[in-house]
Write a protein that binds this ligand. Structure first.
Ligand code: NAD
Length: 428
């Protein structure tokens, strides 16, 4: 799921190599951690509704499971690539390590566009996907979850197929399940809320009252919607959001200087996070170009759509007022853009810390499934807040102590935890 010649796996390796150098990791550890442990490529043949047959390409990558079973989502996207899946599985390893949960990193995907597939066809892809990897995933091996354009229903079809194959119930196979079917309260909110818990802590450190801040968001899907929700609950003013239009499938930025009204926008958004542009205009939103979200005169930028969105071409369009970037998406900032952001002194909360709320709540879902007893939403969100706050401060303390970029501090913590686990296991 990457544009042009941009390769997210090269970027993930580039980021890792710099940290491996700082940590003076030995060659074998570098070799192990800069590559994925296992990658699966497979065909998923499906009978389409019109009676024809079509073969979809599926992937699963397990980057590292030294700290526990691999963990990570499955994306359905027409531009999915194996290198995106590899990069994301590596980022999952760092993510589970930075929030210190006993899991490793994995990721999966299917090259398909669920917007053009019936529910029956999507169900067939889900069942086909899990049949292909059933021997290599499981509650104690690798635990998938929803990601871009997949949801609880997709997870349940996969779980159902897996349980038919193994002949027993295995709710710990997969997370992000619907409520009442082994899902956890708070999971829907978890990633977006987690992003804002870290924003809240960063603003506190800067002695800035969140109520006096404004923010611009990229994306209006699961992450962004709940980030906007909590940010506005805390009193912040979200003034711009960019998202795909539901008719021409192009991105536009929707702006209201008096502040976005979340429910009003949700009412004109489909389940893929695509906004009805004509209705937005009727509601008084200014419609700007898709990339205008980045040049808004705000305090906070939250890229929460996809990778490679803040790059060498547009980083200089970030307004002087911006103090903080919190990465809701995975890999939204390229290394060239990182350099500029660091030099400008903008405080960066890196993706695998900022958006770790989702996987943390998935871990809570596993814990609840294992004990077969489910917590209240308040209990889940309190535990989530505590984990995210703790992880944020561990990273920010190290960044301040060593006067280094936040992404580097987060990497130093994660990579040393994973390298240590590999050493203790005697792998390297
Ligand atoms: P989603 O599919 O629910 O929403 C994606 C949104 O981005 C949609 O509103 C879409 O219209 C918009 N979009 C796509 N391309 C765009 C572009 N070029 N310009 C503007 N908007 C664009 O996805 P999501 O679950 O919200 O995930 C968003 C990002 O966060 C992804 O990088 C994902 O990997 C990451 N993430 C998600 C979770 C989670 O729990 N959902 C957890 C961690 C990280």
């Amino acid at each position: 799921m990457s544009e042009g010649s941009f390769n997210p796996f090269n970027m993930a390796q580039h980021q890792f190599d710099a940290i491996a150098e700082q940590l003076q990791l030995d060659e074998a550890t570098r070799d192990l951690l800069r590559n994925v442990d296992r990658e699966f490529h497979f065909n998923i043949p499906i009978r389409m509704d019109d009676g024809s047959y079509k073969v979809f390409k599926g992937f699963r990558c397990q980057h590292n499971d030294a700290r526990g079973p691999a963990k990570g989502g499955i994306r359905f996207h027409p531009q999915e690539t194996i290198d995106t899946v590899k990069a994301l599985s590596m980022w999952m390893t760092w993510k589970t390590a930075v929030v210190d949960i006993p899991l490793g990193g994995g990721k999966g995907g299917v090259i398909c566009d669920p917007r053009n597939l019936s529910l029956r066809e999507q169900e067939a892809i889900c069942r086909g996907w899990i049949r292909q990897v059933a021997k290599n995933v499981g509650p104690l091996q690798d635990v998938p979850a929803p990601d871009v354009m997949t949801n609880g229903q997709h997870m349940l079809w996969m779980l159902d197929e897996y349980e038919r194959m193994v002949g027993y119930k295995a709710p710990g196979l997969i997370t992000g399940k619907p409520l009442g079917m082994g899902g956890s309260l708070g999971r829907t909110e978890a990633t977006g809320y987690g992003v804002i818990y870290t924003v809240r802590e960063a603003l506190n450190e800067m002695n800035i009252d969140i109520k006096n801040t404004t923010a611009s968001f990229q994306g209006f899907g699961n992450v962004s919607q709940y980030a906007i929700d909590l940010y506005t609950q805390y009193g912040g003013k979200a003034i711009a959001v960019s998202s795909w239009d539901n008719t021409d499938k192009k991105a536009y930025t929707y702006r209201k200087m008096s502040g976005l009204y979340l429910q009003e926008l949700l009412d004109i958004t489909n389940r893929f996070g695509e906004i009805d542009r004509n209705k937005a205009i009727e509601l008084g939103y200014e419609v700007l170009s898709g990339d205008a979200w980045i040049e808004q005169d705000v305090d906070i930028l939250i890229p929460a759509a996809l990778e490679n969105q803040v790059n060498a071409e547009n980083v200089n369009r970030i307004a002087p007022k911006v103090k903080l970037i919190s990465e809701g998406a995975n890999g939204p900032t390229t290394p060239e853009a990182d350099k500029v952001i660091y030099e400008r002194g903008i405080w960066m909360i890196p993706d695998f810390l900022a958006n770790a709320g989702g996987v943390t709540c998935s871990y809570f879902e596993q814990v609840q499934c294992n004990q077969n007893y489910f917590w209240t939403k308040q209990e889940v969100l309190e535990k989530l807040d505590s984990k995210m706050t703790h992880a944020y401060h561990a990273v920010s303390d190290l960044a301040r102590e060593r006067n280094i970029y936040m992404r580097d501090a987060a990497y130093l913590i994660s990579v040393s935890r994973v390298a240590e686990a590999c050493k203790l296991r005697g792998w390297v």
